[in-house]
Design a protein around this ligand. Sequence first.
Ligand SMILES: CC(C)(COP(=O)(O)OP(=O)(O)OC[C@H]1O[C@@H](n2cnc3c(N)ncnc32)[C@H](O)[C@@H]1OP(=O)(O)O)[C@@H](O)C(=O)NCCC(=O)NCCS
Length: 168
Amino acid sequence: MLIRYETPADIDAIHDLTSVAFKPMPYSDGTEAEIVSRLRASGDLTISLVAEDDEEILGHIAFSPVTINGVHGGWFGLGPISVKPERQRQGIGKALIVRGLELLKDRGATGCALIGNPDIYSRVGFSGDGQLMYLDLDRRLVQRIVFRGTTPSGMLQFAPAFETPNPT
Ligand SMILES: CC(C)(COP(=O)(O)OP(=O)(O)OC[C@H]1O[C@@H](n2cnc3c(N)ncnc32)[C@H](O)[C@@H]1OP(=O)(O)O)[C@@H](O)C(=O)NCCC(=O)NCCS
């Protein structure tokens, strides 16, 4: 399996994969594929990696800038992340996360934050101490990995692409 940066030829496959992977998830609002597209369009898709096997896209991960208490400070958000449903629990998500974090570090990032299941993300080094918050969400779901500097506290905010556009 190859982990590589997305190319323009992957864009439709990433959209479809993200839709299919999130569809059965109770926490999905069905906007995740569009979030990836909006991040790309707004220039906030800092890192976009695909996992490819035999020319098939099996997984995708996005990283984008975040702020904590309104300050970017070199922090990035992980997500959306998707693995083809029939290929989940085979290490593909972990491989994407590990590679993405390496690349973020190489670029001098301070750390990475996410909202997600601690059972999954604790396996790749994320943790939460309740100091990082996202809206009024259960703080155990708000996790981070610190590459350098101090442990952050405060309100996490994702790129505008994560906000649901107002209906027109
Ligand atoms: C979340 C997702 C990307 C994980 O990818 P994956 O390829 O299935 O995960 P991996 O096989 O690499 O597993 C990574 C670790 O998390 C654990 N894990 C994976 N899914 C888990 C689950 N549902 N519950 C508990 N642990 C889980 C694995 O056991 C593994 O731990 P280990 O390395 O100690 O064995 C994938 O399940 C997915 O696409 N889900 C649908 C979309 C989604 O929910 N995205 C994330 C939103 S936060």
